[in-house]
Write a protein that binds this ligand. Structure first.
Ligand SMILES: Cc1cc2nc3c(=O)[nH]c(=O)nc-3n(C[C@H](O)[C@H](O)[C@H](O)COP(=O)(O)OP(=O)(O)OC[C@H]3O[C@@H](n4cnc5c(N)ncnc54)[C@H](O)[C@@H]3O)c2cc1C
Length: 486
């Protein structure tokens, strides 16, 4: 298989003619007024110029776009929220299928089902479910795409109480490489249903998810405590000690922040300061006395500069708290690891890195456990369910001249933590310099081979390879996807 051809003017015109009358969305080439905006993704390190962007508005549009891709030998990149750190959403010179026109959400409150279009953002879904007192467990900020997040797993605020986003799949409408539209569920194409829960965008394009929703809120009780450099390690030690015994009705995360944003509970004198933040949330009734007691207790840990507990609307406020820190258009480098043990020495190293780090952003420690581990390891494609904590370095800056230095510092910090990190890596966070870890991210050779057999059944020619690719078993190694490192 050869590398994907770039799309020149002649091919663009020929595709536009082929789509005339059947494609209702936007056909966006380099001379289109929306091209410059349409080619942007979250991470400003990614600067790619697709030959053609097909912005779909319906399943029929996606079918037409996939048919074009297949007939012209153009392995498409697929864009939902554009949050993939390595820029997998955007093709360089080839075809991008943009799903931002598929953002319809309908809620069936009786059956507690949520139908969400394949281009939805987390905030789109939260806004639709909140009026019904329901949530679909997803991530921790509103602008991440549902599809990219859910197909790779989906870790977030509610994971301890209800599991991953992919654990909420009831069924999925999928456009296959052949252009056929199928419904996938535990009863229909069960092998594919297994693979879609963690196997990423390898098997087709999801045009609609049906999720199981859960009663919640809309109000959430949260607690925050902030620590300066002198008291940070002590607080994190307490955090590490308490985490294993917490009930699953509590989520508790730590963030080592370069500068504290002006959140509602932060007094002006702490805005902009380098602080460690412990953030707790009660994942049940906000007025439950047990929650009031628990959140109060977690806020008391160590010697905080500030502690505050409050009740906020989940979808309308909590899910937006970190949007400002991770807005589109900055340069980002992220690196993650599962935490095997948050030992004192590991905490000291983290604090040392944080205290000196010149770049903005934060080091996050996300509490896992609870319902994530209720699902057996081989029941879905998602792997490494057993960890209690997840570590993510989310670094941000604006000057391209600093790329090498800041990326190098981050890599060094993560590799210094090796004695305390576990096996595997979360597939949704694989960066451009970790493409040699794809098999590991999909659970190792055994699980990867099983995924490869499913892939061979549903995408034997590996049309969908501009992603963290699963090679169809029996096929030759694919040509590299048309998406080079920045
Ligand atoms: C600021 C930020 C916060 C994050 N927070 C969390 C978090 O809380 N929890 C968490 O688990 N992860 C989180 N992530 C990681 C996130 O899960 C991945 O970046 C994921 O890829 C984002 O999905 P997207 O749709 O926005 O990505 P995109 O870049 O649009 O797409 C990524 C890939 O997903 C696939 N894809 C997208 N849509 C479809 C579709 N409809 N059908 C088939 N394949 C599709 C394609 O292969 C595509 O290349 C975060 C990332 C960022 C940048």
């Amino acid at each position: 298989m050869s590398a994907a051809p770039l799309i020149g003017e002649a091919l663009r015109l020929s595709i536009a003619a082929q789509l005339a009358g059947q494609f209702k969305g936007e056909i966006i080439g380099p001379d289109h007024g929306e091209y410059e905006e349409a080619r942007l993704v979250w991470n400003a390190m990614i600067d790619r110029r697709p030959g053609l962007i097909l912005r779909c508005t319906s399943t029929a549009d996606v079918v037409a776009a996939v048919n074009v891709a297949r007939e012209h030998g153009l392995p498409p990149s697929v864009r939902c929220g554009g949050h993939n750190v390595a820029g997998k959403a955007m093709s360089d010179g080839g075809l991008t299928i943009d799903l931002s026109g598929l953002r319809e959400v309908t809620v069936d409150p009786e059956r507690k089902l949520v139908h969400a279009g394949g281009g939805c953002l987390l905030g789109t879904v939260d806004a639709a479910t909140a009026p019904h007192g329901l949530i679909v467990p997803a991530g921790i900020m509103s602008e991440t795409g549902v599809a990219g997040l859910a197909l790779g797993g989906g870790i977030g605020w509610f994971s301890r109480q209800h599991g991953l986003t992919c654990d909420q799949f009831v069924s999925v409408e999928l456009v296959l490489a052949s252009g056929e539209v199928i419904e996938v569920s535990a009863d229909q194409h069960p092998d594919l249903f297994w693979a879609l829960r963690g196997g990423g965008g390898n098997f087709g394009i999801v045009t609609r998810f049906t999720f199981a929703a859960h009663d919640f809120g809309p109000m959430m009780r949260i607690g925050v405590s902030l620590y300066d450099e002198e008291h940070a390690a002590q607080a994190l030690r307490e955090y590490a000690r308490l985490v294993p015994a917490l009930p699953r009705t509590v989520g508790w995360h730590a963030a080592l922040k370069h500068d504290m944003p002006a959140l509602p509970f932060v007094p002006p004198e702490l805005v902009g300061r380098r602080v460690v933040m412990l953030f707790s949330m009660w994942l049940d009734d906000a007025e439950d006395p047990a929650g009031v007691e628990m959140i109060g207790r977690l806020c008391d840990v160590g010697e905080p500069l500030l502690k505050a507990s409050t009740v906020l609307p989940f979808g309308g406020a909590v899910q937006h708290l970190i949007d400002v820190e991770f807005e589109d258009g900055h340069r980002y480098y992220t690196k993650e690891a599962h935490v095997a043990e948050l030992a004192d020495e590991a905490i000291d190293r983290l604090v040392d890195f944080w205290a000196d780090m010149p770049m903005e952003g934060e080091v996050e420690i996300i509490g896992l456990g609870g319902a994530i581990g209720d699902v057996p390891e081989d029941a879905t494609a998602f792997s490494n369910r057993g960890y209690l904590l997840w570590l993510n370095f989310a670094m941000r800056w604006d000057d391209p001249a600093l790329d090498g230095e800041y990326i190098g510092m981050t890599r060094e910090a993560v590799s210094g933590l090796k004695p305390w990190t576990g096996q595997g890596v979360y597939v949704n966070m694989l960066n451009f310099d970790e493409m040699d870890r794809v098999v590991e991210a999909f659970g190792g050779p055994g699980k990867y081979a099983r995924l490869g057999r499913v892939k061979a059944q549903y995408d034997p020619e590996n049309l969908f390879r501009a992603n963290y690719n699963i090679t169809p078993v029996g096929a030759a190694a694919p040509a590299p996807a048309p998406a080079p490192a920045p």
